[in-house]
Design a protein around this ligand. Structure first.
Ligand SMILES: Cc1cc2nc3c(=O)[nH]c(=O)nc-3n(C[C@H](O)[C@H](O)[C@H](O)COP(=O)(O)O)c2cc1C
Length: 181
């Protein structure tokens, strides 16, 4: 018995992710890009990331042709860009401020982080292609990230879950009993 695709989508939507715009520059077509949450860090040495891109997307062919892409990790104030780049339209980059990275890939202003990468391998991933890529450059800003969860956009405001302070701050032990130990 197979898994119903709609059911699977609902189940997987419980897994919160960041939201990125994966962009590239196709010559002669110009810049193209799409909203992607299937972005993963793979390796630090060598530096590798992967993105999963639908074969039927317009951007898929652009990435294949260019062999380069950028990953723009969207910030909390950029949900409108996530919506825009999830649509099929030719004018996605019109009015969107960006600078150019390696090979002209778009680095969108106001993002939380940027990665520029060169495709090393492309794997068949069902109706998607898994592009495994070598990181050429990585930068970050102070902007908090945009989050996607259960089909909605959210932000990471709020306190850390109880009992987790010590993960980031070894001195911040919240359990009074633990403080005495
Ligand atoms: C939050 C969100 C995450 C998405 N993640 C992916 C993804 O990881 N891979 C993908 O191929 N499409 C993903 N999409 C869908 C594409 O953005 C959408 O199909 C887009 O229209 C493709 O544009 P294009 O055909 O112009 O390239 C996502 C959409 C949304 C709203």
């Amino acid at each position: 018995m197979g898994v119903d695709p709609l059911h699977l989508r609902h189940v997987l939507s419980r897994y919160p992710t960041g939201v990125t715009i994966v962009g590239t520059r196709h010559r002669p077509l110009g810049v193209c890009g799409l909203t992607v949450n299937a972005f993963t860090s793979v390796s630090l040495e060598p530096p590798m990331v992967l993105v999963c891109v639908d074969r039927s997307s317009n951007t898929h062919g652009c990435i294949e042709a260019a062999g380069l892409f950028s990953v723009n990790v969207l910030s909390a104030g950029q949900a409108a860009l996530a919506v825009r780049f999830a649509q099929k339209r030719d004018d996605k980059f019109d009015g969107v401020p960006y600078r150019e990275g390696e090979g002209g890939v778009p680095l969108i202003e106001g993002a939380s982080a940027w990665v520029e990468a060169r495709v090393e391998a492309a794997f068949d991933g069902g109706d998607h292609t898994i592009f495994l890529a070598h990181v050429l450059r990585a930068e970050q800003s102070d902007e908090p990230p945009l989050v996607f969860h259960r089909g909605s956009y959210a932000r990471l405001d709020g306190d850390a879950p109880p009992g987790t302070d010590a993960v980031t701050d070894p001195d911040a032990v919240t359990d009074p009993a633990a403080r005495e130990r």
